[in-house]
Design a protein around this ligand. Sequence first.
Ligand SMILES: CCCCCCCC(=O)SCCNC(=O)CCNC(=O)[C@H](O)C(C)(C)COP(=O)(O)OP(=O)(O)OC[C@H]1O[C@@H](n2cnc3c(N)ncnc32)[C@H](O)[C@@H]1OP(=O)(O)O
Length: 151
Amino acid sequence: MAPLPDFEALRKTDWTPFDAPSLVGKSLRFVSGDPQGKRFRLRYFRDGKNDLVALAWFGEETEGPPGHAHGGSMAAVLDEVLGLAAWAAGHPIVVGNLNIHFRKLLPLESVAQVDTEVVSVKGRKVLVRGRLTDGKEGLYAEADCLCIRIL
Ligand SMILES: CCCCCCCC(=O)SCCNC(=O)CCNC(=O)[C@H](O)C(C)(C)COP(=O)(O)OP(=O)(O)OC[C@H]1O[C@@H](n2cnc3c(N)ncnc32)[C@H](O)[C@@H]1OP(=O)(O)O
């Protein structure tokens, strides 16, 4: 059996737990829908700057390259977390464009950190930038997410 994800090892002291999925109701089943499952397990927080941050465990069922996460699984996590970063900043949106650079293979059954920043708001367009890392220097992927207000 896989070891349980050690979220506490990566959690920073100035992070406050935050139930980001509840901002959009109960619909986010693809990534956050099975918190005890073998695919994704996520925890959301607000960091010291009030930006949304997530810890994401990539389980064995996210496998793409042997022993490592599928790019689509990283994209799914970035899609949800960066979209919710816009919601958490007060913008009800859907994602219109998600542009990802994959930088380094992400080992299965490890916990990665997603940092987010809302970099601009122009009319209905909210640009959110995100980084998927090992919590230190290791950068797995970085993304720009163009979100479009729907309300
Ligand atoms: C419930 C939310 C959960 C959020 C967390 C999870 C994130 C998700 O997975 S969301 C699901 C994935 N996303 C989707 O399925 C979205 C599907 N697309 C749509 O619904 C529509 O195309 C939508 C809403 C994005 C835009 O349509 P519409 O409302 O007609 O906007 P539209 O008038 O065409 O464009 C508004 C502005 O955005 C720009 N824009 C819209 N789409 C894009 C795009 N893909 N790329 C670049 N710019 C775009 C337009 O150029 C326009 O800019 P400007 O105001 O400067 O002229």
